[in-house]
Design a protein around this ligand. Structure first.
Ligand code: PFF
Length: 529
C-alpha cells in the first residue's frame, strides 16, 4: 500500500516543531513586522493582523501540514504532486509549481541579505562597525560600501562581501546536504534555543534603557512602546493596511508558499498535525509580537525621538536594522557586544528560514526524478548560485526588490488561494476535517470547519481581487521603477517566466505515463479512520 512508501522522517516531534518554527522566525519577524506595524496604524495594525492570523494564517498552516503529511504518505513532498494526488486531477498539479519555485526564489535574495548580517556581526566584533556608526551618513556609506553599491573608504569593492556570501551560501547547502533529520532538524535544535536566548538578551537590554537622553525625558521606553502600539483606528479604513497585515502573516509564518507542505511530508502517518501546527504558530507569534516588537522600534524611539523615527521607518526595515540600530549601539556601554548579538541573532534567524526554502526544490528533484538527495542538492545549488549572482550584480538596479515582490508577496497569496480551495472544496471539507484530526493531539472547534470552507477562501479571493484591481496594471507598467532600472526589472521578470515554463515542463515530464497512486477515495478514507 502507498502508506508504506519509504521516505526520510523527522527524528522527533520537538524537532519538527522547532524546524517549522525556525522557518517561520526570520528577518520577517525582526525587521519586517515592527516597521509594518509602525507604518500601518500602530496598535490598530494588530486588529487586521490577528484577524488575518486566525482566518488566513492558521487555516493555511493546518492545510499545508495536513496536505503535506498526506502527500508524504504517497511518496510526494511538493505541491505539484501533492495537488495531483489529493485531488486526483492531473491538471491541478501545474498550479503547484509556485510551491516549489516560490521558496526557491525567496532563498535567492534572502540569503544574500542574511550574509550581510553575518558580515555586520563580524565587523561589530572587530570594531569597524562601531566606528562607522558614529554618525548616520557614515553608517549609510558603510552599508552601501558593504553592498558594493559604491566604492568608498570603508570598502574598496565587493570582495569581502562576496566571500561572506559564499560562506553563508555554503552553510545553507551543508545543512540541506545532511538531510531532513541529520541536517535541518539537528541545526534547528541548536539554533532555535540560541536564537531565543539572544532575542531575550536584546529585549531586556532595550526595555531597561529608560530615558537615556537627558534633553528629552519623554523619549523613554514606555513612550517607545506607546509609539508602536497606540492604535490609530482611522487607518483600518485603508485597504492597504489589510493587505499589509495579510501579507505579513503569510510571510512570517512561511505559509501559503508550499514550504510547510514539504516539511510535513516527512511526518509519519500517525504523527499529530493539529497541535504541532498550532505550537509552531504560537512560537512564531511570541517571537514576532513580544520579542521583536520590543526591540527595534522602542530602541529607535528612545534615541531618535518620534520625528526621527518616522523618517527612518519610511526607509523600511533594512534602514532601521542596518543603519539605525548600529548607531544606537554606539550610545550604550558595550555597544559593540550588543551590535554583535543583534546581527548574529538575525543571522541565525535568517539561516533557519533560508534552509527551509531550499527543501521544496531539493525534494522535488529527489521525489520526482529519483536522483537521490545528494545529487538533488548539487543541482539546486548550481541553479541558486547562478541566480544569486544575478541578485548581487543587479542589487542597485532593483532586482532584489522585484524578486521580493513576486516571491515574498504575490506568490504567497496566489498559492494560498489555490491551496485553500483545493483543501476544502476539491479534497473536500469532510475528508480534510478527518485528515486534520487523524492522529491529532487536540480537537479543533467545529466552527473552524466553517472558517476553512467558506471564510478563508473568500477572504483570499477578495484580497486577490483587490490587489488585481488596485495594483496589477501599475505593476505591469512598472510605475515607480526608475527608467534606467526598467531593463533590469524586465530582465528579472523574463527570467521568472522562463523558470516557471521550465518547471511546468519538468512537472509534465515527471508525470508522463505515471498513473495516480492506486487508491480510491473509499480505501483512502478507511486509512484515515
Ligand atoms: N518566515 C520567514 C521570515 O519571517 O523571515 C520567511 C520565509 C521563510 C518565507 C520560508 C517563506 C518561506 F518558505
Amino acid at each position: 500500500m502507498s502508506g508504506l512508501i519509504k521516505r526520510e522522517r523527522w527524528g522527533s516531534k520537538i524537532g519538527v516543531i522547532l524546524a517549522v518554527a525556525g522557518s517561520a522566525v526570520g528577518l520577517g519577524n525582526f525587521l519586517r513586522f515592527p516597521v509594518q506595524a509602525a507604518q500601518n496604524g500602530g496598535g490598530a495594525f494588530l486588529i487586521p493582523y490577528f484577524i488575518s492570523l486566525v482566518l488566513l494564517g492558521i487555516p493555511l498552516m493546518l492545510t499545508e501540514w495536513t496536505l503535506g503529511r498526506y502527500g508524504g504518505m504517497h511518496g510526494y513532498g511538493t505541491a505539484p504532486s501533492i495537488f495531483a494526488v489529493a485531488t486526483r486531477n492531473h491538471f491541478l498539479k501545474y498550479f503547484g509549481v509556485i510551491g516549489v519555485l516560490g521558496p526557491t526564489i525567496i532563498f535567492i535574495w534572502y540569503t544574500y541579505v542574511e550574509s550581510w548580517l553575518l558580515g555586520f556581526a563580524i565587523h561589530a566584533l572587530f570594531g569597524r562597525l562601531m566606528e562607522a556608526a558614529q554618525d548616520g551618513s557614515t553608517m549609510k556609506a558603510f552599508l552601501e560600501g558593504y553592498q558594493g553599491i559604491v566604492s568608498n573608504s570603508w570598502f574598496g569593492g565587493i570582495g569581502q562581501t562576496y566571500i561572506i556570501f559564499l560562506f553563508t551560501f555554503a552553510i545553507n547547502f551543508w545543512v540541506i546536504f545532511h538531510g531532513v533529520k541529520g541536517g535541518i532538524e539537528k541545526f534547528s535544535k541548536i539554533a532555535m534555543p540560541v536564537l531565543f536566548i539572544l532575542g531575550l538578551i536584546m529585549m531586556i537590554r532595550v526595555i531597561t534603557l529608560g530615558a537615556p537622553n537627558p534633553a528629552h525625558p519623554d523619549w523613554n521606553v514606555s513612550n517607545g512602546f506607546g509609539y508602536l502600539w497606540n492604535p490609530d483606528f482611522s487607518r483600518l479604513k485603508d485597504v492597504k493596511v489589510w493587505m499589509a497585515a495579510a501579507g505579513q502573516v503569510f510571510f512570517t509564518l512561511s505559509t501559503g508558499i508550499g514550504m510547510i507542505l514539504t516539511y510535513a511530508s516527512y511526518l509519519d502517518r500517525e504523527d499529530d498535525v493539529a497541535l504541532s501546527s498550532m505550537t509552531s504558530v504560537s512560537i512564531n507569534e511570541f517571537v514576532e509580537v513580544i520579542l521583536a516588537g520590543s526591540i527595534i522600534i522602542p530602541a529607535a524611539f528612545v534615541f531618535m525621538g518620534p520625528a526621527g523615527l518616522v523618517e527612518i521607518a519610511e526607509g523600511g526595515g533594512f534602514n532601521l536594522g542596518f543603519v539605525t540600530m548600529p548607531q544606537i549601539f554606539t550610545k550604550i556601554s558595550a555597544g559593540w557586544l550588543f551590535a554583535f548579538i543583534w546581527f548574529f541573532m538575525l543571522f541565525i534567524a535568517g539561516a533557519t528560514s533560508s534552509v527551509s526554502m531550499l527543501q521544496p526544490a531539493v525534494a522535488f528533484v529527489d521525489d520526482e526524478f529519483k536522483l537521490g538527495r545528494k545529487k538533488a542538492v548539487i543541482i539546486i545549488a548550481v541553479f541558486c548560485f547562478i541566480a544569486c549572482n544575478g541578485v548581487i550584480i543587479g542589487l542597485s538596479h532593483g532586482v532584489l526588490d522585484e524578486l521580493d515582490f513576486w516571491s515574498g508577496t504575490f506568490s504567497l497569496v496566489v498559492l494560498a488561494t489555490i491551496e485553500a480551495i483545493i483543501f476544502s472544496w476539491v479534497f473536500g471539507i469532510d475528508r480534510a476535517w478527518k485528515e486534520i484530526h487523524h492522529g491529532a493531539d487536540i480537537q479543533l472547534p467545529w466552527s473552524f470547519r466553517i472558517v476553512l470552507k467558506y471564510v478563508t477562501p473568500t477572504f483570499l479571493l477578495i484580497l486577490l481581487g483587490v490587489w488585481t484591481y488596485q495594483l496589477a496594471i501599475p505593476t505591469f507598467k512598472m510605475v515607480g521603477v526608475q527608467p534606467e532600472n526598467k531593463i533590469w526589472v524586465l530582465g528579472t521578470r523574463l527570467g521568472l517566466v522562463a523558470v516557471i515554463i521550465t518547471m511546468i515542463i519538468l512537472v509534465y515530464w515527471a508525470w508522463r505515463g505515471r498513473p495516480l497512486p492506486d487508491i480510491d477515495i473509499e480505501t483512502d478514507e478507511e486509512n484515515m479512520l
